[in-house]
Write a protein that binds this ligand. Structure first.
Ligand code: FAD
Ligand code: NAP
Length: 567
């Protein structure tokens, strides 16, 4: 063997280890299913890179007391594998964090996924190499791999956010963000605890910490509309019933507007009397959970309907909280119900009847800074042993943009999205060929029961990749025209609702400096799914497909196989 040949084979061996058909970032619900589809169904080489030391995503990181699903367990799961559906038994109507995490571990083991996941590695950059038509992925250990396809499965709610209060690190007690909760048990016994934030997370954590803490002080900026979850254990009879009807239940969920197996019970509350509306709301309230939100189909488009539904909750809050003045502080009046993500609760309002729980309204007396001893508002200094930040996430785009993603001509995704996300179908971005985003901005994602939307995306992306590989089409990229049209459609649909009137993370309002744009697609899971399937059926309408691998060596212009919509 000549010296040259030896060198060549060494390079080939090296390349074989570091070059893949697809690199996927994230090993939550999305990344796990992607790996299974691409590797096991389609025989492609795949590497998943995950910064945690285990699978689970959201359910790995959010271990705070009270962390629990708001989707019902029997539909907060994968539907693609009958064995998994059959073998896994949920214990409650809404599973707690450890149970969802255990479920995802079970899936990873059942499908033998771990062997292709690199844990404790964080992707720091993804750069598209135009000459070779491949993505170069770099991780925090400095190593680099390449892939034809780069798929982000980094999640919509995975970059914890703490407002810039000042002094956070100076606090001498213990402090935690709920989205990065320690693995060891945290004791609140007899302690003076602060919880900042009353979103879906705060509303779950507050009733859990209060009974254990010596004193609990809740810092609330915006009161929320929490609806009773009405959680309960599931027994064998429930599970048998679910499993017997699983096909029908899942079919309903996958063809619904929100990915849940139920739709709005009534069209509108408009024109009805108070009594008539209450009669329709009461049974849904008794059922609990998101079923209440889906009492009327025009909740988020019709202020009259929304006002009825909001008022009903306001009355329940006033009824529950013993101290009328405190009750009034907990009643939301500045936004319509469900225009901020609607939380479910178990004993949230009841918790404020405890002697050891206090509420500080930070609209009246804003937080000035965190001090070594606690929290300083414009009105007082509060001393604490522990501070819990339930202050949410840099949602939808934060985790994606944390990676330095560069497409054609070195364009960064951050530059591209400086005025807000622009995508085609919430799946792909012009100038970023062969990149896909699972539950990306401008797809239904967080406005749905997410495993349903995740399955729709994973199936679409994996089938697209498989079809391109089979046809030897090396590049796929949405046209600018298609991207502009989808972005405009998103804007219009968003603005036809009440969502855009509220300050929310859906709009990017929670993170200073973020462009104010309604980010998820609100046209409905069913409508959206039909739309992406139709684009694929029309030979990837709205995308450009490059002709052949031979042409990739030529830098600059890329020849096109089909141009469905010109730029
Ligand atoms: P994630 O679960 O967020 O996983 C993304 C993974 O990517 C993470 O493991 C992360 O570590 C990894 N990652 C990110 N960046 C990098 C990087 N640069 N390098 C390497 N790895 C990286 N949805 C519902 O539908 N119903 C619910 O009831 C519900 N409850 C929720 C409760 C909480 C507390 C939260 C925060 C969210 C909840 N959600 C719920 C939304 C939830 O995020 C989704 O349902 C789902 O778990 C998302 O899965 P995913 O795989 O897309 O993303
Ligand atoms: P969030 O909804 O963004 O809530 C953050 C809270 O912190 C809000 O009350 C916010 O007040 C407050 N806050 C932010 N900045 C503040 C400041 N400078 N001063 C005082 N208060 C401040 O975050 P989250 O509760 O973690 O929930 C995020 C999302 O995760 C949810 O919407 C949901 O999609 C998901 N989640 C789901 C579940 C579930 O399904 N079981 C549970 C938890 C979370 P404002 O409202 O005034 O901004």
């Amino acid at each position: 063997m000549s010296e040259n040949n030896t060198h060549e084979s060494a390079v080939t061996a090296e390349t074989a280890e570091t070059d893949y058909d697809a690199i996927v970032v994230g090993a939550g619900f999305s990344g796990l299913y992607l790996l299974h589809r691409l590797r096991d169904e389609f025989g492609l080489s795949v590497k998943v890179i995950e910064k945690a030391d285990d699978v689970g995503g959201t359910w790995y990181w959010n271990r705070y007391p009270g962390a629990r699903c708001d989707s019902e367990s029997h539909v907060y799961c994968y539907s693609f594998n009958d064995e998994i559906l059959e073998e896994w038994d949920w214990s409650e109507r809404y599973p707690e964090q450890p149970e969802v995490l255990e479920y995802l571990r079970f899936v990873a083991d059942h499908l033998d996924l771990r062997r292709d996941i690199d844990f404790e590695r964080e992707v720091t950059s993804a750069v598209f190499d135009e000459a070779g038509g491949r993505w170069e992925i770099t991780t925090d250990d400095g190593s680099q791999e390449t892939a034809r396809y780069f798929v982000s499965a980094v999640g919509c709610l995975s970059k914890p956010f703490i407002p810039d209060f000042g002094g956070v690190d100076s606090f001498e007690g213990d402090w935690y963000h709920t989205g990065k909760w320690p693995h060891e048990p945290v004791s609140f016994s007899g302690k003076r605890v602060a919880i900042i934030g009353t979103g879906a997370t705060g509303i779950q954590v507050i009733p859990e910490v209060a009974p254990e803490a010596g004193e609990l002080t809740v810092f609330q900026r915006t009161p929320n509309y929490a609806v009773p979850a009405r959680n309960r254990p599931l027994d064998d009879k429930d599970r048998e019933e679910i499993k017997r009807n699983y096909d029908e239940i899942l079919e309903k969920a996958h063809n619904s507007g929100f990915g849940h197996p139920f739709e709005a019970a009534h069209e509108t509350a408009e024109g009805l009397s108070n009594e008539e509306v209450e009669e329709l709301l009461q049974p849904r309230w008794e059922e609990g959970g998101f079923r209440y939100m889906l009492t009327f189909g025009d909740l988020i488009t019709n202020p009259e309907t929304n006002e009825y539904v909001s008022d009903f909750i306001r009355d329940r809050i006033r009824e529950t909280v013993n101290d009328p003045e405190l009750g009034e502080k907990l009643v939301p009046t500045d936004h319509y119900y469900a225009t901020k993500r609607p939380p479910l609760h178990t004993n949230y309002y009841e918790t404020f009847n405890r002697d050891n729980v206090d509420l500080v309204d930070v609209r009246e007396t804003p937080i000035e800074r965190i001090t070594p001893e606690g929290v300083r508002t414009t009105d007082a200094d509060y001393e604490f042993d522990t501070i819990i930040y339930a202050t949410g996430f840099d949602a939808m785009t934060g985790t994606l943009l944390q990676m330095d993603i560069r497409g054609r001509d070195g364009l960064t995704l951050e530059e591209k999205w400086s005025d807000g996300p622009k995508t085609y179908l919430g799946l792909s971005v012009h100038s970023f060929p062969n990149m896909f985003t699972i539950t990306g901005p401008q797809s239904p994602s967080v406005l749905s029961n997410m495993p349903v939307s995740i399955e729709h995306h994973v199936e679409w992306v994996s089938e697209t990749i498989k079809s391109l590989v089979d046809r030897d089409v090396p590049l796929i990229e949405p046209t600018k025209t298609a991207e502009d049209a989808w972005t405009e459609h998103n804007r219009q649909v968003g603005e036809s609702t009440l969502y855009t009137e509220a300050d929310s993370w859906y709009m990017g309002d929670n993170v200073p400096g973020k462009p104010r744009v309604f980010t998820p697609y609100v046209g409905g899971v069913d409508v959206y799914h039909d739309t992406i399937l139709e684009a694929a059926e029309k030979d990837y309408e709205g995308f450009e497909l490059t002709e052949s691998t031979q042409d990739l060596g030529r830098q600059g212009e890329q020849p096109r196989l089909s141009v469905m919509e010109g730029d």
